[in-house]
Design a protein. Structure first.
Ligand code: SF4
Length: 330
């Protein structure tokens, strides 16, 4: 279970004297928080609102919502202060870590994987404690495991996000394969696609070790077909995201100008959420490019009737990058 420290939240509330608090967290932590918030209110004497909307990352900060409600303190749980206005004095980030250990059967499979290979270890922030355990077990058994180096003062060693895998890239040339620790294949798929290295996921809940290579190859084939369609498009929708960390207006402007320079018709759009249903209103658009989240253009690529490209993918269709530069697969 991913544990939230009630004591840490209470300390932040009390040290700031916050009388009203907005707590924001990913969906998986909300059941725990709905039990914890009444106790926190009692302990701190503050009025606490739990943000009920989805929250997939710190690109989706609830700070503006909190400020609009006149809240004294916004507590964001489970993500790094990576995007947007993260240094605001009314905002605090709190980590939440998975505390379980990997099952012995899964650890045995990892040890077999590590035989005669150097493994690069990565994880999303919640699983970094398990990552450290795995590294030390592999090393003490004579194996070689390298933890991705911290790429900035925000990202921790080995930490990857759905859209940010620089820590993995720092050790790409030193490893034979990556091992991503976490539930689900979301983070591991990004590592597989953007490093081109064989990538395995060790899932502490399913107690399974899965090779992501077949999924990565399938995704690459669909993405390549979508990029091919995009090169023939004449009418583009250029979408700027409206969430705080996704509002890359300059990036959207650059994409729109480059398309117009190439004689393409451009419709500029702004959206908070992207879905096939939302895009159906915009008639005649043959390709969308978007600043919301690069993973929409990977994970959801099959859901859309027309290509919906990230900035990296856009760079490929305008000839500024090759497919292999973005997705370095043989
Ligand atoms: S931009 Fe996408 S992948 Fe990156 S943190 Fe936000 S939701 Fe996650």
């Amino acid at each position: 279970m991913i544990r939230i420290s009630r004591g840490e939240i209470a300390r932040h509330i009390l040290s700031r004297g916050a009388k009203t608090v907005l707590i924001q967290a990913p969906e998986g932590l909300k059941p725990q928080l709905s039990r914890l918030v009444p106790d926190l209110e009692e302990e701190t004497g503050s009025v606490i609102i739990l943000h009920g909307d989805s929250c997939f990352g710190s690109c989706d900060l609830g700070l503006a919502d909190g400020l609009r409600m006149g809240i004294d303190l916004v507590v964001h749980i489970g993500h790094n202060p990576y995007f947007g206005d993260c240094r605001n004095e009314r905002l605090v980030f709190i980590d939440a870590y998975e505390e379980r250990e990997l099952a012995p059967t899964l650890m045995k499979q990892i040890m077999e994987l590590a035989e005669n290979r150097t493994l690069g270890l990565v994880a999303s922030i919640q699983y970094l404690k398990i990552l450290e355990d795995v590294r030390s077990i592999i090393s003490s058994n004579g194996g070689r495991a390298v933890v991705g180096r911290a790429s900035s003062n925000v990202m921790k060693p080995g930490q990857v996000m759905g859209c940010e895998i620089t820590t993995a890239k720092t050790v790409r040339n030193e490893v034979d394969a990556f091992l991503a620790i976490g539930g689900g294949d979301f983070h591991a798929l990004g590592v597989a696609l953007w490093t081109g290295r064989p990538t395995y996921i060790a899932d502490p809940y399913k107690e399974s070790l899965v090779d992501l290579t077949p999924l990565a190859r399938r995704k690459l084939a669909v993405i390549a077909a979508r990029l091919d369609d995009a090169t023939r498009a004449e009418r583009f929708g250029v979408i700027v995201g409206l969430k705080e960390g996704q509002m890359k207006k300059g990036m959207a402007d650059v994409m729109a100008s480059k398309l117009e320079e190439r004689g393409k018709k451009v419709l500029r759009l702004a959206l908070r959420e992207l879905s096939p249903e939302r895009l159906r209103y915009f008639d005649g658009i043959e390709c969308f490019v978007q600043t919301l989240c690069s993973r929409i253009s990977i994970d959801d690529v099959e859901l859309y009737d027309v290509p919906v490209l990230s900035y990296d993918q856009f760079s490929i269709i305008v000839g500024e990058k090759t497919f292999e530069e973005v997705y370095p697969w043989d």
